[in-house]
Design a protein around this ligand. Structure first.
Ligand SMILES: *Cc1c(COP(=O)(O)O)cnc(C)c1O
Length: 222
């Protein structure tokens, strides 16, 4: 008998053992599967596309935390601003300004993570460590009172080489620790989003507080 979604969630939770929280990555998966995860006690869902998130959101219970984990275009921020819980993929001041504007329109403060490029692949989005540090120090941030930057997110290289993955996560944790010392009113680091189905074990060993796991819960995507 293959394991159920609930059993997989339980298994991952016991492996995390309180060290990191689980964001169930539900992209491409149908509503009944999301309901099953919800019934199993999982209340944090990650989607990588705005369109898919706004389609699923009204069909599911209101106490779900919706995490945007994929690249976000400024012209789409308005669609998720009323409800999104955490945006993992911020990579520019321009995007932060738009999130701030739309958050204010909704009388909200939206939590954000800066996405850092740690992988070897060229194609992945994200800021370099220096760019992230510079962004956290721009004076303009003081005007953005409806956002809060609460940490960093990164994706390791897609490889079987555990040493490389660990090294990349260690680098991200070091950057996290360094940038944690920055004192601004809307910067308060408390989340390090790293680890997916293939590498969340390494990620929690290296200090992740949030793992984003999809296929290990819901099965492979087509
Ligand atoms: C799809 C995705 C994940 C989850 O990937 P799995 O390997 O299925 O666990 C995590 N993070 C991001 C940014 C993703 O796009």
């Amino acid at each position: 008998m293959p394991m159920t979604i609930a059993q997989r969630i339980d298994q991952i939770r016991s492996q995390l053992n309180g060290r990191a929280r689980l964001v169930a990555v539900t992209k491409t998966k149908p509503i009944p599967m999301l309901r099953e995860a919800y019934e199993a006690g999982c209340k944090s869902f990650g989607e990588n596309k705005v369109q898919e998130m706004i389609e699923k959101h009204p069909l599911l219970p209101a106490d779900i935390d919706w995490h945007l984990i994929g690249h976000l275009q400024t012209n789409k921020v308005k669609y998720i601003a009323p409800f999104v819980s955490l945006i993992h993929s911020v990579d520019s001041l321009k995007l932060l300004q738009e999130i701030n504007k739309q958050a204010a329109r909704n009388n909200r403060t939206i939590d954000c993570l800066l996405q850092i490029h740690i992988a070897e692949e060229e194609t992945k989005f994200g800021l370099s460590p220096d760019e992230a540090e510079a962004l956290l120090n721009v004076p303009e941030l003081d005007n953005l009172s409806n956002i809060r930057i609460i940490g960093l997110m990164g994706l390791a290289t897609f490889t079987d080489n555990e040493t490389q993955i660990r090294r990349e996560f260690q680098g991200l944790k070091q950057l996290y620790d360094k940038l944690s010392t920055i004192q601004r009113t809307n910067v308060a680091f408390r989340e390090l989003s790293m680890g997916m189905s293939g590498d969340y074990g390494i990620a929690v060993e290296e200090g992740s507080t949030l793992v984003r796991v999809g296929s290990a819960i819901f099965g492979e995507r087509n």
